[in-house]
Design a protein around this ligand. Structure first.
Ligand SMILES: Cc1ncc(COP(=O)(O)O)c(C=O)c1O
Length: 211
């Protein structure tokens, strides 16, 4: 990325990535910070970091590095509709975002986010639930020899060996709604990880439509 656009003003890294659910190693982030184009800023989107349980990069903000970290209450906290999130960065870097702000957060969002941050259990409990269901469904893919991207997030990509849209439509007919296709990987579909009973329905339908 650093080599692709030496004149870049901003580099965006989503960690874990969406839609693949893969992690960028901490060493790579540190390398990018040390080798990125001069004057550019690293925008690190940690929307899914709580699900992965991977080390966060907040300490790099505390060290005054040229990065801004984005966090959201839309994912593990399950509050997507309420519009709560945070940007962590040096004051001079955050100042650059101010013109794009839509104003103060709603008071409901502030109250709900504050309550969530005070809970000691919410993140570890949900991380474990998602991790257990993910382990089970990835094991199922392994057992049936499907090609998939090993994910540490709340979704995974699986190769359906034909235009992904066909499988999405076939699954819909089984009343199972999965995610979508990304143009760069036309034969892969993204599957969101639901509850264990939901994923049991997914497994049954998936074997049927892939047969
Ligand atoms: C990578 C990534 N970042 C951020 C967001 C959105 O966060 P918010 O709901 O706080 O705008 C999403 C949601 O789809 C996402 O996938």
């Amino acid at each position: 990325m650093a080599a692709a656009r030496p004149e870049a003003g901003l580099l965006y890294v989503c960690n874990p990535n969406n839609p693949t659910g893969t992690l960028t190693p901490r060493e790579d982030i540190e390398w990018l910070l040390a080798n990125k184009p001069k004057g550019s800023i690293l925008l690190l989107d940690e929307a899914y970091i709580h699900i992965a349980g991977a080390p966060m990069c907040s300490d790099l903000v505390a060290k005054d590095k040229e990065l801004v970290i984005l966090r959201t209450f839309s994912k593990i906290y399950g509050m997507a509709g309420i519009r709560a999130g945070a940007a962590l960065g040096r004051p001079d870097l955050l100042q650059k975002i101010v013109p794009y702000s839509s104003g103060a957060m709603p008071v409901t969002a502030m109250a709900a986010a504050t309550a969530s941050l005070k809970s000691k259990n919410v993140v570890p409990e949900r991380r474990k639930i998602i991790g257990d269901v993910r382990g089970d469904v990835l094991g199922f893919l392994e057992k049936h020899r499907f090609k998939y991207v090993p994910s540490v997030s709340n979704k995974f990509m699986v190769d359906v060996r034909r235009p992904g849209g066909e499988i999405i439509e076939a699954m819909r007919k089984e009343n199972v709604y999965i995610g979508r296709v990304w143009p760069a990987w036309p034969t892969y579909v993204r599957v969101s990880i639901g509850t264990q009973p939901e994923m049991e329905k997914f497994k049954t339908a998936f074997l049927k439509v892939m047969a």
